[in-house]
Design a protein around this ligand. Structure first.
Ligand SMILES: Cc1ncc(C[n+]2csc(CCOP(=O)(O)OP(=O)(O)O)c2C)c(N)n1
Ligand code: SF4
Ligand SMILES: [Mg+2]
Length: 307
């Protein structure tokens, strides 16, 4: 291969400074194809507002990857969210998105689904949005078995508003409203919605995005109220206040669900700190419940229900 031909061969990586991708090396290069998940982004909304290392970004990218594996465009999928850093991510999806009021995305989503049963409706909520102010709406959406998918980003804290105690904060954790350590017991969100009547319930971690993608796609396929709780990390408030290290350390702390990884990590300095401060519980992951019963739309005999 000659030097000349090498110059014309598109190479990976960014072009040298001052050169646009289309003219790098004095040769007109084809635009690199966007990665599948980037195709579904609203590029005009960038840069996004998530902090560096925030687990929400990892989960969001995984959501987009899963969606991109199934949809060329999201014309028939609507995303509804409440308020919070987690809820904010729907604003970055190139689809019909509703950024609603705090705790109420499931009410808007229920109305949308009843009015347009042919749409696939996905709710994105946080542990504060979905379990605290919006907890009542969550149990009733599950009870009604509305045919929609709810993804709850559980970072065990109110991230957006400065790190207050959430109903999922683990005992002993320091937050801006529990300076002596949390004295309350947390909700098990997944078991709560299962008891309320949800027909698909799963739990995943930002540490294992492929598993999350799989569980999320199965939720989209499910007829009835499907719920995916995904454990993620607020580096700025939960991580920093509890001295749990950076985003990578927090991801490792999720790995404790695996006894072999736990044993390996136990000797590492960052994890020693995890053990002396609140220890995160080892939660059951995967599909926790799956059943079948008529959806609200079917019971109401709405045309388009079940599509
Ligand atoms: C009626 C109302 N009450 C309170 C707030 C303030 N508020 C905005 S987001 C939020 C908590 C969000 O927590 P979570 O859903 O866990 O999202 P995170 O930022 O952690 O992803 C609160 C209390 C609000 N916007 N509206
Ligand atoms: S405040 Fe926490 S949850 Fe919000 S973007 Fe920053 S790290 Fe993420
Ligand atoms: Mg939260």
């Amino acid at each position: 291969m000659t030097l000349e031909s090498l110059k014309k061969t598109p190479t990976k990586g960014p072009p040298p400074r001052g050169e646009s991708p289309a003219t790098a090396g004095g040769t007109t290069l084809p635009e690199p194809p966007p990665s599948a998940e980037k195709r579904l982004l609203r590029h005009g909304m960038m840069p996004h507002m998530l902090c560096p290392g925030c687990g929400h970004g990892i989960v969001f990218e995984a959501m987009l990857r899963a969606l991109a594996s199934r949809y060329e465009q999201l014309d028939d999928v609507a995303f509804v969210a409440g308020i919070g850093c987690s809820s904010r991510v729907v604003g970055y999806i190139d689809a019909c998105t509703l950024h609603t009021t705090h705790g109420r995305p499931l009410t808007f989503a229920t109305g949308l689904k009843l009015a347009r049963p042919e749409l696939k409706v996905v709710v994105v909520t946080g542990d504060g949005d979905g379990l605290s102010i919006g907890g009542n709406h969550l149990i009733h959406a599950a009870r009604r078995n509305v045919d929609l998918t709810c993804v709850l980003f559980n970072n065990e804290i109110y991230g957006m508003t400065g790190g207050q105690l959430a109903p999922t904060t683990i005992p002993g954790a320091y937050t801006s409203t529990s300076p002596q350590g949390n004295a309350e017991s947390p909700f098990d969100a997944a078991r709560l919605v299962e008891a309320a009547g949800a027909t698909y319930v799963a739990r995943a971690q930002s540490y294992r995005t492929r598993e999350f993608e799989d569980l999320f796609l199965r939720a989209l396929d499910h007829k009835g109220f499907s719920f995916v709780e995904v454990m993620t990390d607020c580096t700025e408030y939960f991580g920093r206040t509890n001295r749990l290290g950076n985003g990578a350390d927090l991801l490792f702390s999720q790995a404790r669900v695996e006894p072999a990884i736990d044993a390996d990590l136990a000797g590492r300095s960052t994890l020693k700190e995890v053990r002396s401060t609140p220890v995160r519980p080892v939660l059951e992951m995967g599909v926790l419940h799956e059943s079948s019963r008529p959806t609200l739309e079917e019971s109401m005999k709405l045309s388009g229900a079940g599509s």
